[in-house]
Ligand binder design. Structure first.
Ligand code: 2AM
Length: 220
């Protein structure tokens, strides 16, 4: 396939087309702005600040960098386990450069990251590595359905690496799977907002956001 002669990238993934990136950044900023003003959020501020009474500006709290994307396989230029196999996979080669629509079904915020959950279609799941969920090192998440980790990192707090976003998502999904309903806090315009403790907030979108994205790789 076309990838055979190339060196391995930092990662493979779906890269959002630029028009939709702006839209999603705006939606995310609006959500953070609104969350910041909710009494329910203020009640749990200590999760973010470490101190009661201290204020936080969520828009400043998270730093966004780079193009919005949903990582399928982190290859680390070949150093990551399974990187070569992934790059040689037939579906990866066949679908390289193709555009499909990602469905963003939820937004989530923790003291470490803000991200969007991506609900993959069966067709998109062929590009999903078999053990992505297990590799995240969230024991309770090992039995979640394949693709549960799929997400777009929208921002990280200071000193936090983006790999944390998928871990944060898996922790929330593992709680749901264990039967923890969370605390339904508010019906917002975008959807219902639930609190899962320890500063973890999930907004289930009433209407998923549809985001065209190109399956490709990033060398950096
Ligand atoms: P992300 O997918 O959560 O945003 C470059 O660092 C990209 O690869 C980032 O998008 C990052 O996180 C992802 N990434 C980094 N290390 C990773 C790992 N060990 N497993 C999976 N994805 C990783």
């Amino acid at each position: 396939g076309p990838l055979a002669e190339m060196s391995l990238p930092l990662f493979f993934g779906w890269f959002l087309l630029s028009s939709v990136q702006d839209k999603i950044r705006c939606t995310s900023m609006d959500f953070l702005k609104t969350l910041d003003t909710l009494d329910a959020f203020k009640k749990h501020l200590i999760d973010f600040t470490g101190k009661a009474e201290k204020e936080v500006d969520l828009e400043q709290y998270f730093q966004a960098k780079g193009t919005l994307h949903c990582t399928t396989k982190f290859c680390d230029y070949g150093k990551a386990e399974g990187a070569k196999d992934y790059a040689e996979n037939q579906a990866v080669n066949d679908l390289y450069g193709s555009v499909s629509e990602l469905s963003l079904s939820a937004l989530f915020v923790t003291p470490r990251t803000v991200g969007a959950r991506v609900s993959l279609t069966e067709e998109q799941l062929v590009l999903w590595p078999a053990d992505a969920e297990k590799e995240a090192d969230v024991p309770a998440a090992a039995s979640l359905p394949r693709g549960s980790r799929a997400h777009i990192t929208l921002g990280c707090s200071e000193g936090v690496e983006p790999v944390q976003t998928g871990v944060d998502l898996l922790e929330i999904l593992a709680l749901q799977q264990e039967g923890q309903q969370g605390e339904l806090v508010e019906e917002m315009e975008l959807g219902s907002l639930t609190y899962y403790g320890s500063g973890r907030w999930l907004l289930s979108l009433r209407e998923p956001i549809c985001a065209p994205a190109c399956f490709s790789s990033y060398y950096g």
